[in-house]
Design a protein around this ligand. Sequence first.
Ligand SMILES: [Zn+2]
Length: 63
Amino acid sequence: MPIYRYACTCGYKHDQFLKQDKQEVLLKCLRCGKNIMSRQVRDASVTFAEKDMVTGVMRNEKG
Ligand SMILES: [Zn+2]
């Protein structure tokens, strides 16, 4: 499942996990609430972890 990454004009950067598979999605900045276009990131070094209904993104340090 893809990750979408944005870097908002307010300076906030975020990787968002989504089930939909598109090149770009419109997300809301978690800091300022502005709508921002996010691009899908294809990164094999990233794995997902789900805990307590929250989906997080974890970096795989090896390699
Ligand atoms: Zn922002």
